[in-house]
Design a protein around this ligand. Structure first.
Ligand code: S3P
Length: 172
């Protein structure tokens, strides 16, 4: 059954947008980070701390493949790094898959993430100044992978509802 995959950098709004998209379309939503947390009974922070990032990337890949292979229609919200590891970007295109990159500017990401970084191990300890520099570099490195998505929707200066309307339009 068809899978709709939402991807993009931390703070681009994948989970919030996916929840509204799910409500409007009736297609169930699974957040990949939450799915991993439920399966391992550990928070993402704890997995990074106790087992390290490579262990997390492996779990993330397995969980992503598991959801893609499930028989259900699903909206899957990826983690910000999912497309960038374990060749997961190759899974963004295929039969019954629609992948959408929620594209946000460095400015938008910085404004959102500076308020909301404690649950994100990659940025939790960064100062304001370090954070902006980090986002700029990291986004640059990751863009190749994000751009493998079939569709791109810009989220800058848009409400959640406006973003969802744009997603529904590209999927039509
Ligand atoms: C990560 C993003 C996080 C989470 C983990 C690593 C990343 O997800 O998967 O902290 O590498 O960008 P969100 O994008 O939902 O914050």
């Amino acid at each position: 059954m068809r899978k709709i995959i939402l991807l993009g950098y931390m703070g681009c709004g994948k989970s919030t947008v996916a929840k509204t998209l799910s409500k409007n379309t009736g297609i169930p939503f699974v957040d990949l980070d939450q799915y991993i947390e439920q399966k391992t009974k550990l928070t993402i922070n704890a997995i990074f701390e106790q087992r390290g990032e490579i262990y997390f990337r492996n779990l993330e890949h397995l969980a992503f493949v598991e959801l893609l292979n499930s028989p259900d229609r699903l909206i899957i919200g990826l983690g910000g790094g999912t497309p960038c590891y374990a060749n997961n970007h190759e899974l963004l295109i295929g039969e019954n898959i629609s992948s959408i990159y929620l594209k946000a500017s460095i400015e938008t990401l910085f404004n959102r993430l500076s308020l909301n970084k404690s649950k994100r191990p990659l940025i939790a300890e960064k100062s304001e100044e370090e954070l902006k520099e980090f986002i700029a570099m990291h986004l640059f490195e990751r863009s190749f992978y994000y751009n493998q998505a079939q569709y791109k929707v810009s989220v800058d200066d848009k409400t959640i509802d406006e973003t969802v309307v744009d997603i529904v339009a590209v999927l039509a």
